[in-house]
Design a protein around this ligand. Structure first.
Ligand SMILES: O=C(O)CCC(=O)C(=O)O
Ligand SMILES: [Fe+2]
Length: 356
């Protein structure tokens, strides 16, 4: 099964015209599947290939250079390796990661001053990028100073993702029937993170392991770029238990609903559990993906929306099969009271950590 596809300019135009985006389909898909393909993002020509290529250069650095990018203070940013390391949910995945956001790298916001300003692609002028790498590296030691092209591409891609997410937010708010300011106030000064997952080709001997164990994201939504061909393997589980393939394709992004939207809609929208299945064999090669994790700053207070179907799933209903999204659903229904995003995320991470 494939997930549905939406054109960003079309669903935004619907929202601006006061129509239900895609004739109500966007809302239905977010309730039932929690994932869709998105096209028509405002990206300058060549930027996705540039960011993918530069990110491959990062993972190709000698291990010692990458180890210098491990954060001492915050295990969720910087570089993390494969050797038996557990991911933030406590699972051992076969992947390396690099993760960064404005809470540790304030220069990421420097190119974002056009956000929300128009319909064209986000492209900083030369004057904007001059001195950027120097400023970024001086500001945050997690940037690889030996790869200026990486630092610049990540800033440009971050700005384009912020603009894309702002536009998508307009359409999602319309799909939920929210006042536009209710959404825009929530994401003003957001702490979206940009990350990369690198899954090496499996060893020629031995069974390939799971690449990214099942989880749902602690975001409002995530916008994922998959390296085409990338070798696939990503699957999403809809609310009724069906698994959907989301194969990489040029010009396509995968959007998945995150647990913050399940919480805010009190269960109406589905934070889709997903995983990256093992590569069939070493011949399948490696895989690179770049997720943009969109969430408000830790200081934002979560106040659930009044939307159709909110809370209509009973808190007493037993979890269907123990997937993580069932837990957040029960939490959302229990009405946890005022909670800021930072406290919510810390609580979710503790709940998700596996011990074996
Ligand atoms: O690499 C992928 O395809 C999925 C990545 C993912 O789910 C994540 O980083 O949260
Ligand atoms: Fe994910």
């Amino acid at each position: 099964m494939q997930v549905p596809s939406f054109s960003l300019p079309e669903i935004v135009a619907d929202a601006h015209a006061g129509r239900a985006p895609a004739g109500g389909e966007l809302d239905r898909v977010c309730r039932e599947i929690g994932a869709f393909v998105l096209t028509g993002l405002p990206l300058p020509t060549g930027l996705t290939n540039e960011v993918l290529g530069r990110t491959r250069e990062l993972f190709a650095l000698p291990r010692r250079a990458k180890a210098a990018l491990v954060s001492q203070d915050d295990q969720y940013v910087g570089w993390r390796g494969t050797d038996g390391n557990r991911n933030e949910y406590g699972y051992a995945d076969e992947k390396e990661m690099f993760h960064i956001g404005p809470r540790v790298a304030s220069t990421l916001l420097g190119l974002g001053d056009r956000a929300g300003s128009g319909s064209g692609a986000v492209e900083p002028t030369r004057g904007h990028t001059a001195g950027l790498v120097t400023a970024a590296v001086a500001d945050c030691p997690l940037w690889p100073a030996e790869l200026p092209g990486f630092v610049e591409a990540w800033h440009r891609y971050y700005a384009a993702m912020q603009e894309s997410a702002a536009r998508l937010g307009t359409a999602l708010a319309a799909a939920l029937g929210l006042e536009p300011s209710r959404w825009s106030d929530m994401v003003a000064g957001n702490w979206a993170d940009l990350a990369a997952n690198y899954y090496p080709a499996p060893a020629p001997s031995g069974a390939p392991g799971i690449r990214n164990a099942v989880h749902s994201d602690l975001t409002l939504f995530t916008v994922l770029l998959q390296d085409p061909p990338g070798n696939g393997g990503l699957v999403m589980r809809d609310r009724s238990g069906g698994w959907h393939d989301v194969a990489p394709a040029a010009g396509e992004f995968v959007v998945n609903v995150g647990e913050l939207l399940t919480y805010l809609t009190r269960g109406a929208w589905w934070a889709v559990p997903h995983e990256v299945r093992p590569a069939g064999s070493a011949a399948a090669g490696d895989r690179l993906t770049i997720p943009f994790f969109y969430r408000p700053s830790d200081h934002h207070e979560l106040v659930p929306f009044e939307v159709r179907g909110a809370g209509s799933v009973s808190a007493d209903a037993p979890p269907t099969d123990g997937f993580l999204a069932d837990t957040v659903l029960a939490d959302a229904l229990r009405d946890a009271g005022p909670l800021d995003v930072g406290a919510w995320v810390r609580r979710r991470k503790l709940q998700q950590r596996v011990t074996s």
